[in-house]
Each structure stands twice: as structure tokens, then as C-alpha cells.
Design a protein around this ligand. Structure first.
Ligand SMILES: [Zn+2]
Length: 235
């Protein structure tokens, strides 16, 4: 739920700058967003929320650390018009897209019982310099959207060190490259029994896995689940 102040600011901005659908460029009417009705109707949603313990996202996260449930809102394809949602959110200063997608997906997940027993949400962090350059962490905006629908707290539990681009690495190489990048913040998970790690996009699953590994190293008894906005298909 947005506050009255946020709704007022959104309404004023919508009058001054009618929002365009990031996917197709259509001018959206009030209340539409983060995409137009047509693009929403064709969004390639996954059905992960209906089978959160057995799906192609949780397959990517298999390893020594056990991830209990995992769900992505939609399947990402680079050449799809819906990829613009991720691109605009991440690189064009529109983190509010992440928040709105979090609210939408949060409603679906909550209705399916996905959050049962989960105590808190934690976003995958950006390292200090990347955060400074971008000005925001899009995963944190997605987390706030999920939190708005569930009332769960958003807690920063991880720190990210420097790492280079991994786009050319295989899934195993990515996991190895990321294994020392994320560290748990001391004491940040105290009082939390089951935590949900969230990210914007999941390709090989190496980032979410590295975060889970770091939290588990600090708190071996912590239960872990994962959610993201989009996941690339393994097929
Ligand atoms: Zn559209």
C-alpha cells in the first residue's frame, strides 16, 4: 500500500508527465502501471508461486545450501518487450517499477501461502560504488513492494564486495567467482528464523546462491527462501 503522500505525488507527476508503458511506449491511464494493460496481459508469468518447492528457479539454486522455496514473477527473455521493465528499473532511474512489481507479485505469492513462516525479507545488496553510481538498489525497491503487501520487515543482512562482470562465465565459474563477494552483517539476522532473499533478475542463480551461502555461514540454523522479479529460462 502506498501512503497518501506518495499517491498525491504520483498523481501530480502523472498529470505533468503522463507515464509511458516501458514495454511498448503507450501512454498509460491513471491507475495503470508499471505496464499497460495489454503488456500485462501478455506478461510471461511463471507458475512458481503454485509450486515454490519444485520449479526451474529452485533447480538453479541447488547446492550445499538448502533453499526451501523460490519464485520469479515472470520469465525473462532479452528480445522480449517485457525486458524493458528490468532495463528501465535498473538503468533508467525508474526503481518504482520494482516496487510496483513487488506489490503485484506479493499479492499472488501471499494468496498462494508462499510467505507462511517467513519472518523477514532481505535484498541482494549492491557494492558501495555501484550503489553510489546508480543511486538506488533496485532489489531493495522490489523488497519494499513485497513488504507493503505482507507487512514483513525489510532487513539489510548482507554486504557486497567488489566483483567484476560475470557475463562470460559459466554457472559453476560464476558461483566460484561470487563465493567471497557477499558477507553477512554480524547480528543482522538475530531473531529471524526464515528469511526471504530477493533480487531483480536471476540468470544462473549464482548471486542468490552466494547470498544464501553467506547467510548460512553466519547462521547455520537460518531457513532460506528466494524470490526475484524475473528469471531466465533454462530451456
Ligand atoms: Zn505496453
Amino acid at each position: 500500500m502506498r501512503t497518501t503522500g506518495e499517491q498525491l505525488i504520483e498523481s501530480l507527476l502523472a498529470v505533468l508527465f503522463p507515464p509511458e508503458c516501458p514495454c511498448c511506449g503507450t501512454i498509460m491511464t491513471r491507475g495503470e502501471g508499471p505496464m499497460c494493460l495489454l503488456c500485462r496481459a501478455t506478461l510471461p508469468e511463471t507458475t512458481h508461486h503454485l509450486s515454490p518447492t519444485a520449479n526451474d528457479l529452485i533447480d538453479k539454486l541447488q547446492g550445499r545450501v538448502f533453499i526451501e522455496r523460490a519464485a520469479a514473477y515472470f520469465t525473462y527473455r532479452r528480445d522480449s518487450k517485457h525486458s524493458a521493465l528490468i532495463h528501465d528499473m535498473k538503468y533508467h532511474g525508474r526503481p518504482v517499477i520494482g516496487r510496483r512489481l513487488g506489490e503485484e507479485f506479493g499479492r499472488k505469492l501471499a494468496a498462494a501461502g508462499f510467505f507462511n513462516g517467513i519472518d523477514a525479507i532481505t535484498p541482494v545488496p549492491l557494492n558501495f560504488w555501484r550503489h553510489c553510481r546508480r543511486g538506488y538498489n533496485q532489489a531493495a525497491w522490489f523488497a519494499r513492494g513485497l513488504a507493503a503487501e505482507t507487512g514483513l520487515p525489510v532487513v539489510d543482512t548482507l554486504r557486497a564486495g567488489h566483483h567484476t562482470s560475470q557475463t562470460r562465465l559459466t554457472a559453476d565459474e560464476r558461483r566460484r567467482a561470487l563465493s567471497d563477494v557477499y558477507t553477512a552483517i554480524a547480528g543482522a539476522t538475530s531473531g529471524i528464523g526464515h528469511i526471504l532473499i530477493v533480487d531483480d533478475i536471476c540468470t544462473t542463480g549464482a548471486t542468490l546462491y552466494a547470498c544464501a551461502e553467506a547467510l548460512k555461514a553466519a547462521r547455520p540454523d537460518l531457513r532460506i527462501s528466494a524470490a526475484c522479479i524475473a528469471s531466465t529460462s533454462l530451456i
